[in-house]
Ligand binder design. Sequence first.
Ligand code: 4AD
Ligand code: MG
Length: 482
Amino acid sequence: MFNKRTKIKQLLASGAAGQELTVMGWVRTFRNNQFIALNDGSTNNNLQVVATLGQFDETLLKRLTTGASIKVTGRVVASVGKGQNLELKAATIEILGDSDAEKYPLQPKKHSLEFLREKAHLRFRTNTFGSVFRVRHSLAFAVHQFFNQKGFVYLHTPIVTSSDAEGAGEMFRVTTLPMENPPRNEDGSINYKEDFFGKSTNLTVSGQLEGELGAMAFSEIYTFGPTFRAENSNTTRHLAEFWMIEPEMAFHDIEDNMNLAEEFIQYLIRYAMEHNKEDLAFLDQRLAEEEKQKPQQERAEMGLLEKLNFVLNNQFERITYTEAIAVLLDSPAYKKKKFKYEVSWGIDMQSEHERYLVEKHFKKPVIVTGYPAKIKAFYMRMNDGCEAGKETVAAMDILAPGIGEIVGGSQREERLDKLEARMADMHVPAEEMGWYLDTRRFGTVPHAGFGLGFERMVQFVTGMTNIRDVIAFARTPGNCEF
Ligand code: 4AD
Ligand code: MG
């Protein structure tokens, strides 16, 4: 029976020699025709299985190659060798699946992350990706625990949508119309009335607008699902398919929103630090080695664990957009013309500006509020009493060291007249969005919410520099393998 097996993590943690048990896993290495390093994905710590010399068939031993899967029954004994306290003295070894050592792509040596990206179907079997994906799992679990404890309702917003309201970027079209010869209107445009949904549809860029509808009944909801953006951004921070967590809260203003976001991020970090100690210690070490390869001035000031502890123990800096621009204009980087893009009130800050604020100036996560209305989405609440031409909205972005923007959010415009004016201004088709405007017509309330990019959060906690290395199978421009 397969379910009688013991997981290696459990076995190593139990600390008790003497038990007879069965383990299953994949051979990492086999040395001296005697010692198998066995891994089952529950931990990076391999179990040493001892195949006592002379006790096993030569033909069986030959099949104990890297990548082969085996079932071993034996007795747990105290280890005399160094590197582990316990080992398993094998009584029986059964090969479940052979692995041709000549052909198996993962050799028992260090492979580059680029190489492993090409072998993403096997990279879970390496220490780095074992750790990254166990941490990712923990963070996902912690997301639900955090909101569940607070009484938020988990709302599943649709993946396919006909609304183009966010304006967050290019969308992927969803259609069943024949590409070669689509039905056309008299003016030559494509007739989406004949499409599957009777209208033009896309993959969602955000669940927020539907989330707001939920918040107007449950008070507090959150979404956690995949979102899609067809931006042609080939960077270490962008995916075409990424996961986003979007809480939406009635009876919250921008201040409450910031407090929740900060508490949430700290909760996630704390959860991983408590539940993934070994994996984070491994990733801390891995990053330290990676940093050593860099020239001195490009190295991060803090190690991974040091950075996470720092973020837990220090409040995020809170500044307005106007203050941020003043800091930039006053910076040595600006005066020495080190910025590639211009700096002036009204710009959409570029990543070089955000990184300067977070990594050089404040050296901690920063929440920026009060962005110019012109560069933000239509649903953000207009701040009262602004100078003409300098209108700002109650937006907030959280910028994190090494990542840049990790959260985007705002207080929402709950005043129907102001919202309609802004939609007209920004050419948002109000006539198609009666359902959204209804929340402002019937019992509107002050409300707010934000979106946390899950992969960027996983990057922050694991220290992985490329976002392609924290999602199982990355979708980026020109790449949709697996
Ligand atoms: O700032 P964004 O576009 O905000 C929204 O979508 C709002 N509807 C959120 C809300 O208020 N409910 O995206 C939110 C976050 C960003 O801060 C970033 O962390 C992440 O989503 N993100 C991406 N992550 C990976 N790849 C991309 N292409 C991303 N685009 C945004
Ligand atoms: Mg944003």
